[in-house]
Ligand binder design. Structure first.
Ligand SMILES: Nc1ncnc2c1ncn2[C@@H]1O[C@H](COP(=O)(O)OP(=O)(O)OP(=O)(O)O)[C@@H](O)[C@H]1O
Ligand SMILES: [Mg+2]
Length: 333
């Protein structure tokens, strides 16, 4: 049985409309007009235990709204959602025991309490046994580098410190399912790295199911073998990250460090030079036409190579193409 199952899930918001100016405001007060905004438009998917799924899409695509329905914060306008067999909205109390949610844009912790007090409180609310709590506290303090922060009130924390604190508080009751809505937004590289490692460890050690929305494709590359792409409230892709890379990453790059300086060179077929220095050569090739080994052997026949490396297709470029409609064009053909 899947841990999360959504069937034709939809959310339509009714937003009050008003004409501009004071007159408009007064009119709206007495005779409000509404317009419907379809944020999520019939989304279906299943997520199994232990999966880590990246949920991506442009601003306003419907990611957060979906997450809010999965967590029970919002009631769907249509369709159905089941998390661990429950309706997350109707069965909110039981659901809360099994899930953890982080919204990167805002904190859920008590602003004035020191982190340790917040954690103690959360552990009490979720009835985490004392011994287990102490073990987890030690672990989390280590992996999230929290030791120095435990006595600090949340209000005095930097963004990165707050997010680490938030993650600890969200996972201290060892939820089976964790929703992370932009957990690395605005954070520096080292903190991002630490957070990714932490999430990875939770998944590896406990089989935690993770749904992650992010605009940082580094998060996706590090954590999510599966991605779902939402566009205008509809799922336009649900499948492996690797398949997308293979399908859209037409070009790859291969770099050579040469033993001697480069002179004239015959460029292998279906490849082009994109950078050339005295002892370094970077080529780009069309992987539907040729292969890395063909390009490499052609170069090696011409010049002594000390080292070479192949770079993965650039995910951000691929995702940009998809956001711009590459998938739709492809399926339309
Ligand atoms: N409470 C609300 N009332 C009215 N409209 C809303 C509400 N919440 C979201 N929307 C609208 O629903 C659409 C989807 O919003 P949502 O926040 O789910 O997008 P998102 O994919 O999370 O975007 P982002 O990447 O910017 O976080 C948007 O058009 C948004 O304006
Ligand atoms: Mg959002």
């Amino acid at each position: 049985m899947p841990v999360i199952a959504a069937r034709e899930l939809a959310k339509v918001f009714r937003v009050p409309q008003k004409e501009p100016g004071v007159v408009g405001s007064v009119k709206a007060l007495f005779k409000p007009h509404h317009k419907s905004v379809t944020a999520v438009d019939g989304v279906s998917f299943e997520i199994d235990e232990g999966e880590m799924v990246g949920y991506i899409g442009v601003n306003g695509a419907g990611k957060s709204t979906t997450i809010k329905m999965l967590t029970g914060i919002l009631v769907p306008s249509g369709g159905e959602v089941r998390v661990l067999g429950r309706d997350p909205h109707r069965d909110r109390v039981n659901n809360a025991r099994d899930i953890g949610v982080v919204f990167g844009q805002r904190t859920q912790l008590w602003w004035d309490l020191a982190l340790i007090e917040s954690l103690n409180m959360v552990a009490r609310i979720y009835e985490v046994p004392d011994k287990r709590y102490r073990e987890l506290l030690d672990q989390f303090a280590e992996t999230l580098d929290l030791t120095e922060l435990l006595s600090k009130p949340i209000r005095n924390m930097s963004l990165g410190q707050k997010m680490r604190a938030e993650l600890a508080a969200t996972l201290i009751h060892e939820p089976k399912v964790v929703y992370l809505d932009e957990p690395t937004i605005g954070l520096d590289l080292l903190v991002k790295e630490r957070i990714r490692e932490f999430i990875k460890a939770q998944n590896r050690e406990k089989g935690t199911t993770v749904v992650l929305t992010t605009h940082d494709l580094g998060d996706i590359e590090e954590l999510c073998p599966r991605v779902m792409i939402i566009d205008n409230g509809r799922l336009i892709y649900d499948g492996s990250l690797q398949v997308i890379k293979n399908r859209f990453g037409k070009y790859r790059e291969i770099a050579f460090d040469t033993a001697v300086s480069l002179n004239s060179l015959e460029v292998p077929p279906h490849a082009e030079i994109i950078n050339r220095e005295e002892r370094r050569l970077v080529l780009r090739f069309d992987r539907s036409q040729t292969s890395a080994s063909k390009v490499a052997s052609s170069i090696m026949q011409q010049i002594e190579v000390q080292d070479f490396s192949l770079t993965e297709p650039d995910l951000s470029l691929i995702i940009k193409q998809i956001y711009q409609g590459a998938l739709k064009q492809e399926t339309a053909v």
